[in-house]
Design a protein around this ligand. Structure first.
Ligand code: COA
Length: 338
């Protein structure tokens, strides 16, 4: 039986928060560490600098807590009123122990249940669908979704093909039942398991547990076949976004902003070229943060929150390890108040 969509409670983003470490790692700093140069990095990735959490205690959970506290403080949200805390991450503080429960406890979300979402660079996007489903169910009123990754903890700073790309950071959004019919409209997600051969940390999982050779071979670091990842990312983000545009009877002119995963400026440009969306609608901050994995989408929302108007049509898209990908359509819920 078809569900009457008018009976479903729409989930709206009602608050945004963020945190990035103070320490800046520039392209010129990387020139001192590996055989690379500022010109190559900027022209092939669009990145000039990234933030790195150098203090060991400044873990993924630390950044997630800071982003959540920023959201709560700016918007006068009592953490005890939050029902669910979701943390999208591939760099949890510990294996086995989920990061989200610790974040919930530390921020004072004493009535929430909490768990992690692991979908690499698509983690926040998948989290949006998860958060919206909790609100749609009418069982939960406040879902806090955080995207946080300390990529510097899994990057090999002698490997010039990965260390130039990644950075650390966290962003948070609050989903609540919409009171004005703006909010999360729908999404399309996809995946292809072939991707695990092209982007992974080889050792440390159940297939290849850490052994005495893992560290000397650097198999505890993230590795990728950049060109393959690049091609898959452009193909799937553009195809899925176009499917979502058609599904919602949108057109490039009707979209106000594209919020795309910040992996590489050339991936963003090639993807949005296929969508025929005007360049000024495509938001970017990759030049200053690099690829922060699950944090790129909420960091864009935090950076551009003051530009959004109630009713603006936002198209999200992301691609990540697995491979995982998707696109989501959301109408913005509020005008910015300083
Ligand atoms: N500095 C200078 N030269 C570099 C370099 C660096 N940091 N990294 C690689 N090179 C060299 C290569 O050795 C190669 O040299 P060669 O032609 O003499 O063999 C040349 O530059 C081109 O390398 P290639 O890897 O083919 O470049 P590319 O155009 O694919 O760009 C990436 C490399 C990594 C920037 C690009 O593939 C990419 O962004 N991929 C997606 C990565 C990503 O987003 N992953 C996260 C998951 S979403």
């Amino acid at each position: 039986m078809k569900r009457d969509s008018s009976l479903v409670t729409k989930a709206a983003i009602t608050a945004v928060g963020s945190y990035v470490p103070e320490e800046v790692l520039t392209n010129h700093d990387l020139e001192q560490m590996v055989d690379t140069n500022d010109e190559w990095i900027r022209s092939l990735t669009g990145i000039s600098e990234r933030r790195i959490a150098k203090t060991p205690e400044h873990s993924t959970a630390f950044m997630a807590i800071k982003a959540a506290q920023d959201l709560c403080q700016k918007n006068n949200i009592n953490p005890a009123s939050i029902d669910v805390v979701l943390v999208a991450t591939i760099t949890p503080d510990y294996q086995v122990s989920s990061t989200a429960p610790y974040v919930a406890t530390e921020i004072g979300a004493t009535h929430a249940f909490a768990f992690d979402i692991s979908a690499a660079c698509s983690g926040f996007l998948y989290g949006m669908s998860t958060a919206a489903s909790f609100i749609n169910s009418n069982q939960y009123k406040r879902v806090l979704l955080i995207g946080a990754d300390k990529m510097s903890s899994i990057v090999d700073y002698t490997d010039r093909t990965t260390c130039i790309i990644f950075g650390d950071g966290a962003g948070a959004v609050l989903f609540e039942p919409s009171t004005n019919d703006y909010g999360f409209e729908n999404a399309i997600h996809g995946n292809d398991g072939v991707g695990r051969d092209y982007l992974n940390i080889h050792d440390g999982g159940s297939l290849h547990p850490i052994n005495e050779h893992s560290f000397s071979a650097g198999k505890h670091y993230v590795r990728q076949e950049g060109r393959t990842v690049f091609k898959y990312a452009v193909k799937h983000m553009s195809e899925t976004s176009n499917q979502l545009i058609a599904k919602n009877k949108l057109s490039p002119e009707k979209i106000d902003y594209v919020i795309a995963h910040q992996a590489n400026k050339r991936i963003i440009d090639a993807t949005t070229h296929h969508l025929a969306v005007a360049k000024e609608k495509v938001l970017t901050n990759i030049h200053k943060y690099g690829n922060t994995t699950a944090a790129t989408l909420p960091l864009l929302l935090a950076d551009f929150e003051s530009s959004f108007k109630k009713g603006d049509k936002l198209l999200f898209t992301a691609f990540g390890g697995g491979f995982t990908w998707g696109a989501a359509y959301l109408t913005w819920n509020y005008d910015y108040k300083n």
